[in-house]
Write a protein that binds this ligand. Structure first.
Ligand code: NI
Length: 166
């Protein structure tokens, strides 16, 4: 079966704009105190999950020939929620800018070595977005555990439901 694949820079930008705005909404709901929240002892904390989303841009996209400055997995995690928001905004903007200026649609069908396998670049971009959505969803569980109000992502969150619970 052929994997889902992003075929144009314009399609990537449209998808990325929406998902990135949702991620930012979730990041902006974080508090400094909540960053140590973990789902169970020994698992990634809320702050670590957020930082993993940020550093994946550089980690993943540098493997497929895009050049930009952003924090990577060796950069120490910010200790404040504001630092995480700034890290995310910087990495997401720099990545989007690199894709827009360094690639054309033809670049998306070229393959790069990812973890020992040849992945088309358009697949890597698709997986980058899915990876972010996956960890963002994990974050919302930890945010509830930490007593934060979770913003809606694809629809209203429980806190945003009307009185009838619709
Ligand atoms: Ni991950």
């Amino acid at each position: 079966m052929k994997r889902m694949f992003i075929h144009s820079i314009a399609a990537f930008e449209e998808e990325f704009k929406l998902e990135s705005a949702s991620t930012l909404k979730v990041f902006r709901a974080l508090t400094d105190a909540s960053l140590a929240q973990e789902v169970a002892p020994g698992y990634r904390t809320l702050g670590e999950l957020a930082w993993h989303i940020v550093t994946t841009y550089r980690e993943m996209l540098s493997r497929i020939g895009l050049h930009f400055e952003a924090s990577d997995e060796h950069t120490p995690q910010p200790t404040t929620a504001q630092g995480l928001v700034q890290g995310y905004e910087q990495a997401a903007q720099a990545a989007a800018e690199a894709i827009r200026t360094q690639w054309t649609d033809a670049s998306l069908v070229e393959t790069s070595d990812l973890y020992g396998e040849p992945w088309p670049n358009g697949l890597t971009l698709h997986i980058l977005i899915n990876h972010e959505v996956h960890h963002r969803a994990q974050m919302t569980i930890l945010m509830r555990q930490a007593g934060l109000t979770v913003p809606g992502v694809y629809g209203p969150s429980k806190e945003e439901w009307g009185p009838a619970g619709e």
